[in-house]
Design a protein around this ligand. Sequence first.
Ligand SMILES: Nc1nc2c(ncn2[C@@H]2O[C@H](COP(=O)(O)OP(=O)(O)O)[C@@H](O)[C@H]2O)c(=O)[nH]1
Ligand SMILES: [Mg+2]
Length: 437
Amino acid sequence: MAFDNLQEKLTRTLRNLQGKGKLSENNMEDTLKEIRVALLEADVNYTVVRNFLNEIREEALGQEVLTSVEPGEALTKIVHDGLVKLLGEEEPLNFAPSGLTVIMLVGLQGTGKTTQAAKIAYQLKKQNRRPMLIAADVIRPAAIDQLKTLGAEIGVEVYSLGTDTSALETAQRGVAYAREKHYDTVLIDTAGRLQIDEELMQELQAMKETLSPQEILLTVDALTGQDIVNVASAFHEQLNVTGLVVTKFDGDSKGGGVLSVKAVTGVPIKFTGVGEKIEDLETFHPERLAERMLGMGDVVTLVEKAQEKMDMEQAEKDAEKLLSGKFTMDDLLRQIEQSQKMGPLASIAKLLPGMSEYSKALEDSDADKQLVKTKAMIQSMTREEREDPSLIRSSRKRRIAEGSGTTTTDVNRLLNQYDKMKKMMKQLSGMRGLFGL
Ligand SMILES: Nc1nc2c(ncn2[C@@H]2O[C@H](COP(=O)(O)OP(=O)(O)O)[C@@H](O)[C@H]2O)c(=O)[nH]1
Ligand SMILES: [Mg+2]
């Protein structure tokens, strides 16, 4: 996932501060320095970093963080808010108040225009709108076929006049056709080039002037890093782009371009593409990304994901219990069972508060096999032991190991893990009020 490295660093830096009773001026400057290095290493624009840190420092001094009860938490909150500000407000798609909404997708070749056009159409369809796609990338026949295939997959009509009609005429006639057929949204897939050129821009400008679209969405590839900012600036200058779709967000990008682009160009990010499949598109929530970046986990996304897959009532009870600090082995067992329903452990851990730094370890190890073992150990415990694992001493450890086909080392490891989780849950419940979770 994008930002992994940056996230790891920010989380570690801020976690070091948490729980510390006192924060000194030196201490805080060190932390700010570490944040600065982390951002620069992630390729965040230099000026953006400087302004960001100045604001954090000013805010921290203004709020008298140094003398607050929990300085680490207070500073984390300030950094969080700073990130949200950097990423901008959440901005939904702009639809025409009545009649047809026209959305143009523009961008360099290979950044994912065609794929995102279909993904957005698919989302709109699920929201009970009536979308249609227009194949206005008329340079390569393969591009038209690609859109037709995607359209067929999601049951959305694709309008095309082949490669002999110009992009502009195709788009114009497509829009007229959509009106006639009472569609409410058209998404126009346009051509891209390997780099920005005059001819491409003129073609897009002509289309914009003729069709007055409600949205011009620019696809940018997260993997191109800082270049996102340059590409976005160039397109924005010529077209007044209304929003960005950052694609390949599932890849291993450093994130700096994504973090800088709103601050530098003023163009908001509206969606992120998180995979090649048609459902791999997420509305961009600055708040959630900021939380994920600070290792606070993206609780909301996790809950949304979970809602589809697990018993919500039980999950709510569990969450209450976890946050109240009463966390037994039975709860751990249930967490394991529920998370097994949701998919590979590493991807979930990333969304859990405090767990992000473990997700790498999980990816590297046979974590899912480990779960089976853990389950067996918990099932070999008595009711009292599950309620109060501190009862588990040497002879009990041996019994549990034998009963579950594991070793006492395994049992010790589980007990340690349990203690750590319990501590983390306590910490989180302390922070909960700060973030309105
Ligand atoms: N991993 C990943 N791949 C993507 C994403 N969006 C598009 N792609 C892939 O990127 C390639 C180029 O996409 P395409 O839509 O044809 O780009 P276009 O040239 O701008 O129309 C295709 O192989 C897509 O499957 C995404 O969000 N994540
Ligand atoms: Mg294309």
